[in-house]
Design a protein around this ligand. Structure first.
Ligand code: FAD
Ligand code: SIN
Length: 519
């Protein structure tokens, strides 16, 4: 078994992981970044469309904080929101614009100012974007900066299996460290098929979200809840897991869902039903620009009432050239399925999009486990409460990633570290039948979609509990002997995270934000 040692181990290379790695490296410590995909950029971040919050014309931190708290249905942490509202836009200016030169779109008026767009539940236009592919511009700039930094090693095709906790894995007497302490991770190398041990003085978990545990999602395949499952098994405190946000508008075409950015509604697109009627006014005075949870449920209810298979998003009031320039990716994707959005409304349905809950952390990303930090979508900073305001996620990844990188490197310098021997990976394995894995995933994704989805009830949650608990036992049984692969590791994490969401949803009897119970 290969063993590596580093000051800081970062698990995940989306915006949160990259920001943490960059800020730690700039403090002079050694950083290793692991990601399970062979492409370092592959992440939810890469697909982000609408943008990142900056500063609007008549904006102020208090106005932004007010919008975040209103969207969060009263469950946001005022301290976390205040921090994000004050520090976030400043960091966009310093790090993304001045330091890394992310090419955000500029206004048409030759002033050199950014072109700021609006999104639902924002009281001013304050969102910086690069057309409808903001995520890839930010991610590419950060990855480039990491590649140039001699303190950073990036390793791709590495799937973290479990966090190492000294109370579980160490061969040393249990009193060497006060448990629970994190000391790195066991990692599956997809090229060699071997398990590697990464010992780290500090570990930053940045493994992203969980959209893929639902049948329909805007998320790419990497988002299967690995981070939550690893943290939960290690004993880190996870909170607010019932608040899974469903994005109101994804392209209705087959089983895969492609996001149709909320910034399209920010630019004036209207949600209509099959008869061309603007139905969202029935549910909220802000209509198509109401908070996300309300719009997603409004679409669901309209479909339920009328039997329609989808709603429609109509942007045809804008000139065709403007649409093609402002939303090139969405325009091209819709054309692929035969819809020219300059001529026809887009068929849309809600899909699982974002986990508002996660590993509970403080203002520096510190988790309840000693030496474990969590940043980005896998974490819960308290910013989003019961429902996230559009375009706050990228900002939170940037700010908490940067802060955690700094705090973890300070801890490397101050703390007395000792990396003990770890129990060897022991396994007698047998091959796994891929049909079992595929069917188990279908069960998880259908169960979560139908019973733990946009609309929940005691009966649905109880039924889901029966199904998932049974499946969890079964998967654990065959995992214990399974020949390791990224796919079997993912299945074990998928069922674990699905159960964590389900258990939180069963406990939470009050409808609030994204968690809506008919009973
Ligand atoms: P990610 O970017 O998802 O990165 C997770 C990383 O962890 C990846 O590198 C992945 O490979 C790695 N990983 C996962 N499991 C393992 C494992 N077991 N071992 C090793 N590595 C692992 N938010 C906004 O603010 N504005 C937007 O415009 C916006 N648009 C969006 C559009 C889409 C289509 C989607 C899906 C999301 C959007 N969001 C947006 C949300 C936002 O993009 C994400 O919440 C954010 O990018 C999450 O960043 P992250 O770094 O936490 O995780
Ligand atoms: C979008 O572009 O609609 C996504 C924005 C977000 O998730 O914050």
């Amino acid at each position: 078994m290969e063993r590596y040692e580093t000051d800081i181990l970062v698990i995940g290379s989306g915006l949160a992981g990259c920001a943490a790695a960059l800020s730690a490296a700039r403090q002079g410590v050694q950083v290793m970044v692991l990601t399970k995909d062979v492409q370092v950029e592959e992440s939810n971040t890469w697909y982000a469309q609408g943008g990142i919050i900056y500063r609007g014309k008549f904006d102020a931190p208090e106005i932004l904080a007010g919008d975040i708290i209103a969207a969060g249905a009263g469950l946001c942490s005022p301290e976390a929101v205040g921090l994000l509202s004050r520090e976030g836009p400043r960091l966009v200016q310093q790090l993304l614009i001045e330091d890394l030169g992310v090419p955000f779109d500029l206004a048409d008026d030759d002033s050199g100012a950014l072109d700021l767009t609006a999104e639902a539940a924002h009281s001013v236009a304050r969102i910086a974007h690069r057309k409808d592919t903001t995520g890839r511009s930010i991610e590419a700039s950060l990855v480039e900066a990491l590649r140039q930094d001699p303190k950073v090693t990036i390793l791709t095709g590495r799937t973290a299996i479990d966090l190492l906790t000294l109370s579980h894995h160490s061969r040393e007497p249990k009193d060497v460290y006060p448990p629970p302490t994190c000391a790195g991770a066991h990692v599956f190398n997809q090229a060699t098929h071997r398990v590697e041990t990464f010992m780290a003085k500090q570990t930053v978990l940045a493994a992203g979200g969980l959209g893929r545990i639902f049948l329909h999602t805007s998320n790419p395949p990497i988002a299967r809840g690995d981070g939550i499952a690893m943290a939960y098994r290690a004993g880190a405190r996870c909170i607010n897991m019932q608040y899974v946000q469903f994005h109101p508008t994804t392209l209705y075409d087959g089983d895969e869902r492609f996001l149709i950015s909320e910034s399209m509604r920010g630019e004036g697109a209207r949600l209509i039903d099959t008869h061309g009627r603007e139905f969202m006014q029935d549910y909220h005075p802000e209509g198509s620009l109401a908070p996300r949870d309300i719009v997603a449920r409004g679409i669901h209810q309209m479909m339920h009432k009328t039997g329609a298979p989808c709603a429609y998003l109509d942007i045809r009031h804008k000139p065709a050239d403007w649409i093609r320039t402002r939303f090139p990716r969405i325009h091209a994707k819709c054309l692929e399925v035969g819809i020219d959005i300059t001529e026809r409304p887009i068929p849309v349905v809600p899909a699982a999009h974002y986990s508002c809950g996660g590993v509970a952390v403080d203002a520096w990303g510190r988790s309840s486990l000693h030496r474990l930090w969590a940043v980005g979508e896998v974490s819960c900073t308290g910013v989003h409460g019961a429902n996230r305001l559009a375009s706050t996620s990228l900002l939170e990844c940037l700010l908490w990633g940067t802060r955690a990188g700094e705090a973890a490197s300070n801890a490397v310098k101050q703390d007395r570290h000792y990396l003990p021997d770890i129990n060897l990976w022991k396994y007698e394995t047998e091959p796994v039948d891929p049909a079992l894995v595929a069917q188990d995933w279908l069960t998880i994704r259908h169960t979560m979609w139908n019973y733990v989805g946009l609309v929940r009830s005691t009966k649905r949650l109880d039924r889901a509990h029966q199904i998932l608990r049974e499946l969890h036992l079964e998967i654990d049984r065959f995992y214990a002997k399974a020949e390791l692969s990224d796919s079997i590791i993912g299945l074990r994490n998928g069922i674990q995270t699905a159960l964590v969401v389900l258990l939180a949803a069963r406990e939470a009897r009050e409808s609030r934000g994204c968690h809506y119970r008919v009973d």
